[in-house]
Design a protein around this ligand. Sequence first.
Ligand code: NAP
Length: 453
Amino acid sequence: MHTTDPTTGKRIKVYPEFSLRKVDSILNRAEKSFQSWRLLSFKDRRVMMMKVAGILRRNKDQYAKLMAQEMGKPLAQGQAEIEKCAVVCNFYAQQAEHFLSPELIHTEASKSFITYLPLGIVLAVMPWNFPFWQVFRCVAPTLMAGNAVVLKHASNVCGCALAIEHIFKEVGFPPGLFSNVFISSPKVKDLIEHPLVKAVSLTGSTGAGMSIASHAGAVLKKAVLELGGSDPYIILEDADLEMAVETCVNSRLINGGQSCIAAKRFIVEDSVFNEFEERFTARMQLQRIGPPLHEGINLGPMARHDLRDHLHGQVQKSIKQGAKLLLGGAIPLGKGSFYPPTVLTHVRPGMVAYQEELFGPVAAIIKVADEQEAIQTANDTVFGLGAAVFTRDIKRGEQIAAKELQAGCCFVNDFVKSDFLLPFGGIKQSGYGRELGELGIREFVNIKTVYVK
Ligand code: NAP
């Protein structure tokens, strides 16, 4: 395995893959540590998790630089990501006891209650796009619930994986309670089947989700799947267009467009279509593109060359199918996996840009006649992660978000984001299970009924 700087195309470092024998010894060490960790009080776990937050904040710049080098994230966005990780660690450090305290239920028994016990080792298979955040939003609640975690990170962010492992070592967590393993994705199956692994959490593509779900299903192990999306943003005729355009562009381009909950399809009512299209395209043009380590850059290179080429292929196919290119759409000369902000309009059902996830800075604009067609178009997708609607009529927006849109996270007049206080996850091919909030910490626990006659 190796890491490559997407700005220069130069290899950074080679990491030998672990043998299955080595993985087995890591799992045995994690299990031993789990047996002591599960008995610790929430207070003791809290102290350690808060130290994790402290280290994250102290080394914020160093981690942001690492992400910039390994996957091209602009520095300021990397620093914000690390801060978000520190916040989620503190949140679960402080709230885990409240979320997982035993609950008395009055029945015919002399005493009956629900208690929440850890499962054991949870395998976390994580993506490269938010190399710290995706890991911490899974790991903070999972560890605070008393579990152990073995991380299989994406192969192009091995340095981030080691940096995260080092944080838990530095704090003094039991040896191997949080462990990194360098294995290729075909070996994930062996880990899922390992008797010491009790559950698996994947954040990644729908294809990886289907594979992991089938392996976990074959051995009946719990899985949480946070997968891809093609989030629709509906712009109704009464929307505040200035605000809608700004929010839509920010949501499309955050993290270079490489976010599961980035806005991907813009579904615009006929009467405001031309104005939206014009203003949106003008704003997409205003980005400062360049090396992610340079001050003030907000669009770096895409994380890998092959991902950039795949995205370009999707743009070309969509144009062949009849979409109109308004901006971008050409691979720039020079090194690095850069791709320009790109706008496709007159996107229609059946086109690649309508059906597939566009994981980069490419927007698909779709014209619809009215609200009903907008909702039908928004839901006309195999995905169901996030969705948003823009309207000045808040009641109407709330109604559409709450009752009509088929997705796990539906927003009105704002872009879809993950908030540690709220559950996050999808439906349909965007996966199942939830992270964050109170529901997130209840995914990897045994919800046990105790009945005393
Ligand atoms: P990916 O290719 O699916 O990889 C994600 C992780 O799964 C990596 O660790 C990868 O390892 C591993 N993996 C890939 N194929 C696998 C397989 N068949 N069996 C077992 N493990 C496998 O996804 P990505 O390109 O890193 O990330 C982008 C995708 O993640 C997008 O579709 C995005 O929407 C989705 N995502 C979803 C969320 C969410 O919360 N719903 C958040 C972020 C990203 P290797 O790197 O070694 O292949």
